[in-house]
Design a protein around this ligand. Structure first.
Ligand code: SF4
Ligand code: SF4
Length: 485
């Protein structure tokens, strides 16, 4: 009898504690519990130190990270599209038949939301005409025929001291380099460094996550161009008035972390933080949550919450180009994938055709085997005659086409397992979004299920055991809603 009473009292106390604990959990988590039929333990207990809730762990394939960057020879012809970034296209300042030298400005910026273009080879302007574009189709471009006398070396010795330049002079100098976000976004860097009226940045986050499988460009740039990276950080700190900068690295780049720690003073304004390796850590929203434990409100830019975010390769190039008064004419890319005989990281003159690069790396095949960028967020290319542009960080060549890979992946009905919900970093319900998309209820997806918050990371598609192409359903819905606006 006594034992029964004691047992009942204990049971009541345990229940009370459980209810009290449960009531402290956010509504979103409780909803997730009901949707998925179980807790995502990471989200339930805590989001973890220096990370964000949810996400996935695809196989890394980062073996090129151990190889030093090498140069690729000049292609006989380079294609420099006039519109290869967010903003307005550039205006050519050369004409067909002109001789140009490597580094010469060949197109002017068309206003503030635009950047100039510089010749990546010494040679002759073959034409200013439509040419294959990496986005598919054709785009207006300056086509240069490379001279046999063109040399690769560029003089990056400093001609001016950053400390002696005013903020306005720095912003102008950044625009003159033609720099845009090299991490893939393509947003003009001078616009990002020049804060909108009323915005104040306290912290710069330097994005060195490189969370996409295969890509190791940022890793090599950090290891081989550390002084330039630190100078680039100082430039954007001066432009934005930020007091401190944090270099965010995933813990699969411990070599970079050790190298940075070795040269940074302990209590200086620039520091480095390691984060657990997880995809999509490199997305801006995830990075802010992981490093600062705050969120960028929907529809707002990072500077609205006092944060500036820049990619490491962008800043390393800034640290090279601004002091030496050079323009952006080349970049480092990762060339990898099972079809490539000589994978690695290469310095490539902008405008070099993809086919030329791939052949140099020991691969010959057709466009449907090739992905520009990482396997999660990159795109299959439509033509190998398309050139490498400022925003491309990698070329991956596979031994099977995407169509071949998917041949055996029959799509099954949703089994409401909740896996997609538990990995979505934006805490959306990809399963419901997919179901609604199939019923073409696109406006309902936008109005009731936060369709526009999707960052297109593809984690839901990656994890789905029923092979439902959730991301492409979401992308279709977003495109159709855009045409209805
Ligand atoms: S693609 Fe969109 S819905 Fe799917 S996991 Fe990423 S953010 Fe979530
Ligand atoms: S869409 Fe796929 S991952 Fe999501 S609940 Fe359905 S079966 Fe599971």
């Amino acid at each position: 009898m006594h034992i029964t009473i004691i047992y009942t009292i204990c049971q009541c106390v345990i229940d009370k504690i459980a209810i009290a604990l449960y009531s402290t959990i956010s509504i979103k988590v409780r909803l997730q519990f009901f949707i998925t039929g179980g807790f995502n333990m990471e989200l339930f207990w805590f989001k973890g130190k220096n990370t964000f809730p949810n996400g996935i762990h695809p196989h890394e394939h980062k073996d090129t990270g151990e190889k030093e960057v090498r140069r690729i020879p000049f292609a006989p012809e380079v294609i420099l599209p006039l519109s290869a970034n967010i903003g307005k296209a550039s205006i050519p300042c050369v004409k067909k038949g002109d001789s140009v030298y490597r580094g010469q400005k060949i197109a002017e910026a068309d206003g503030y939301m635009s950047v100039p273009i510089h010749a990546s080879v010494t040679g002759t302007v073959k034409d200013i005409a439509l040419a294959p574009s990496p986005d598919g189709g054709m785009a207006r471009a300056i086509i240069l025929a490379t001279s046999l006398t063109s040399v690769q070396t560029v003089d990056y010795s400093a001609l001016r001291a950053i400390d002696e330049m005013s903020k306005a002079e720095l912003i102008k100098a950044i625009q003159e380099t033609g720099m845009v976000g090299l991490g893939g976004a393509g947003f003009p860097t001078h616009v990002k460094a020049n804060l909108p009226e009323g915005h104040k940045v306290k912290t710069i986050l330097v994005n060195g996550c490189e969370c996409e499988p295969f890509l190791t460009t940022d890793q090599r740039v950090m290891l081989e161009s550390l002084p330039e990276l630190l100078l680039g950080i100082k430039i954007v700190m001066k432009c934005t008035g930020a007091e401190k900068a944090i270099i965010g690295l995933e813990d699969n780049k411990r070599d970079v972390y050790d190298a940075i720690k070795n040269i940074l003073p302990k209590d200086g304004p620039i520091s480095a933080t390691l984060m657990p390796t997880k995809y999509p850590q490199g997305c801006e929203k995830m990075l802010v949550t992981a490093l600062l434990n705050i969120e960028i409100p929907a529809g707002q830019i990072p500077s609205s919450i006092g944060v500036g975010i820049f990619n490491v390769t962008t800043l390393a190039q800034l640290g090279k180009l601004v002091p030496s008064k050079n323009g952006l004419i080349e970049r480092v890319i990762t060339v990898s994938g099972p079809g490539v005989a000589r994978p690695g990281n290469y310095v490539v003159p902008l405008g070099t055709p993809l086919k030329f690069i791939l052949e140099h790396c020991g691969w010959s095949g057709t466009a449907e085997y090739v992905v520009l960028g990482g396997p999660m967020m990159g795109k299959t290319v439509s033509s190998l005659d398309a050139p490498i542009t400022k925003t491309a960080s990698g070329i991956l060549a596979f031994d099977k086409t995407l169509a071949d890979l998917k041949k055996n992946e029959r799509e099954y009905p949703c089994i409401t397992c909740g896996a997609c919900v538990s990995v979505c970093p934006m805490r959306l319900n990809p399963s419901t979004l997919g179901l609604l998309a199939k019923k073409e209820r696109y406006e309902e997806m936008r109005d009731n299920y936060n369709l526009d918050l999707c960052i297109k990371c593809g984690s839901c598609t990656f994890i789905c055991p029923s092979n439902i192409p959730i991301l492409s359903l979401i992308q279709t819905a977003q495109e159709i809603n855009k045409t209805k606006k």
